[in-house]
Design a binder for this molecule. Structure first.
Ligand code: BTN
Length: 266
């Protein structure tokens, strides 16, 4: 691990171009999960935009009950605390917007163009280089807070066999190492304006940004696992206003998928 590329607040803050998000940073050499640490800060009243970073996670969590490989110093393991003025039903859109921002941040910092696999996986050469896990607390029809947890495989040189051909890193794809600080700093800069837009009610505009960056939005033949053994197969046909994926089945029926996992596509 290069000392100069530790994700220390003093390395990040001078480069940060956002106004509110990411300006308070908690950095750990090791923690269980940055999402859990961020939730504790949230419950203690921490400000919106508080960023929790770890060099290594021992209990990194993924979507759908999976774990997230968090090799020390190789990736970005970050959670941002948000207190959006938004109905809970739009929380999924918020996560899609975070995926757009990470995609733009990677493009700006590394010059790599990742695809977005619905809902919020970033792919390079068809393999996953970033995942996002959002966790919401709502009460009385209002969001109390959302923790957006972001895992980016930046400088991993290889992955354990059990991940098979599914995972990759920016380093493997770009054939060079990248500055984690640069990638991380670009995120709040890209996310903040989109987040503001979303809270102003410009959902169509922010969803359009997702559509523009994803080859999965239209005309992709997909198999989506919905959990409990159910699945949907068909051709993608855009997003609903809530960020659900529209899938056109073979019989012409349009199905809206709220949550699931695209396991096969072409
Ligand atoms: C997924 O694609 O399944 C989501 C992966 C999210 C991983 C990040 S790493 C930082 C934050 N802390 C966690 O425990 N998970 C998220």
């Amino acid at each position: 691990m290069m000392l100069q590329d530790l994700l220390l607040p003093e390395s990040i803050l001078p480069h940060l171009k956002s106004h509110r998000l990411g300006t308070i940073i908690h950095h750990y050499l090791e923690t269980g999960s940055t999402n859990d640490a961020a939730r504790q800060f949230a419950e203690q009243g921490a400000a919106e935009g508080t960023l929790v970073l770890a060099e290594e996670q021992t209990q990194g969590r993924g979507r759908l009950g999976r774990s997230w490989l968090s090799e020390r110093g190789a990736g970005i393991y970050a959670s941002i605390l948000l207190r959006p003025v938004l109905k809970p039903c739009y929380a999924a859109v918020l996560t899609l917007v975070a995926a757009v921002a990470v995609n733009e941040a990677i493009e700006q910092a590394c010059g790599l163009n990742a695809d977005i696999k619905w809902p919020n996986d970033l792919l390079l050469s068809g393999r996953k280089c970033c995942g996002i896990l959002s966790e919401m607390q709502a009460e009385g029809g209002e969001i109390r807070h959302v923790i957006v947890g972001i895992g980016i495989n930046v400088n991993h040189s290889a992955f354990p066999e059990e991940l098979g051909q599914r995972a990759t890193s920016l380093r493997i794809e770009g054939k060079q190492t990248y500055s984690r600080v640069a990638v991380l700093c670009a995120f709040p800069q890209k996310f903040e304006p989109l987040y503001d837009d979303l809270q102003r009610g410009n959902r169509a505009a922010v969803l359009q940004r997702w559509v523009a960056r994803s080859s999965f939005a239209f005309g992709k033949q997909v198999t989506v696992h919905l959990g409990s053994g159910k699945k949907v197969e068909g051709q993608t046909a855009g997003l609903s206003e809530l960020g659900n994926l529209r899938v056109k089945l073979a019989d012409g029926w349009l199905e809206e998928v709220m949550s699931g996992d695209i396991v096969a596509w072409r």
